[in-house]
Design a protein around this ligand. Structure first.
Ligand code: PEP
Length: 261
């Protein structure tokens, strides 16, 4: 069975003291990690080195929230995925809706960033999602398909390690999660779209859901059959919420394993 993932996006929050406290509270809440679920924490850039020290020996992995689409060069203010790799990152979030909204990032840039991340040995977590207006206009599949196609136009499916995250923009940070039915339908759509390129790859592709996941809705969202874990924002900053989501995902995964799914 493929691995399930819980990714915490700490966004532009934290400081040295608060990060250590949050990490230690998560760590003591989860205890030893269950083998079925991998955990990735994504602090802001300046704290990656701190996080590298904190996670040592715990099995928790580190990701960045963004990276350049270039590996090196005269790109003032940018961070190369090679640098992230050297700082212990295994993952990088690419195409997050907040970067699309506030930094004007587009589908093509997302594809180039994903390719650079892969070239540097990182696993990109590729975020796709529609706005409320696009959903209301019945354009969700057009938008998701366009975003996926743009990214997979740059990257190869067969052997590259990549995670896709369905993050409807209307559900990010709003407290209003998509319904489990919507999540399942869009995950199935994304898997089928990738399947048109490579059916085997699509089957083993990890697709995370992100958008106002919290302890109270985690089990119902994460138990949808095409959901392989979660990308968590606000609730990742609250240790007891995040630990409860982690435990819900462990239970979901164990149940799937028991059913041989
Ligand atoms: C996110 O920022 O990726 C996210 C899912 O945020 P939230 O959980 O707060 O909706």
């Amino acid at each position: 069975m493929k691995k399930h993932w819980l990714v915490g996006n700490w966004k532009m929050h934290g400081n040295l003291k608060a990060n250590a406290e949050l990490f230690n509270a998560i760590r003591s809440g989860t205890g030893e990690l269950a083998p079925e679920v991998d955990m990735v924490l994504c602090p802001a850039f300046p704290y990656l080195a701190q996080m590298q020290g904190l996670v040592e020996g715990t099995g928790i992995q580190i990701g960045a929230q963004n990276a350049s689409d270039h590996l090196r060069g005269a790109y003032t203010g940018e961070t190369s995925p090679l640098m992230l790799k050297e700082l212990g990152c295994g993952f990088v979030i690419i195409g997050h809706s907040e970067r699309r909204s506030y930094q004007g990032e587009n589908d093509g840039l997302m594809g180039r960033k994903a390719l650079a991340a892969i070239d540097a040995g990182l696993i990109p977590i590729l975020c796709v999602g529609e706005t409320a207006e696009e959903r209301d206009a019945g354009r969700t599949h057009e938008v998701l398909g366009r975003q996926l196609d743009a990214a997979f136009g740059y990257i190869r499916t067969a052997h590259d390690n990549i995670i896709v995250a369905y993050e409807p923009r209307w559900a990010i940070g709003t407290g209003i999660a998509a319904t489990p039915e919507i999540v399942q339908a869009e995950h199935a759509f994304l898997r089928a779209r990738i399947g048109q390129r490579d059916a085997e790859f699509a089957k083993r592709l990890t697709i995370l859901y992100g958008g106002s996941v919290k302890a109270s809705n985690a089990a119902s969202l994460l138990s949808m059959p095409d959901v392989d874990g979660g990308l968590i924002g606000s609730a990742a900053l609250n240790a007891s919420e995040f630990v409860a989501i982690y435990k819900a995902l462990v239970e979901v995964t164990k149940t799937r394993l028991a059913k041989g799914a």
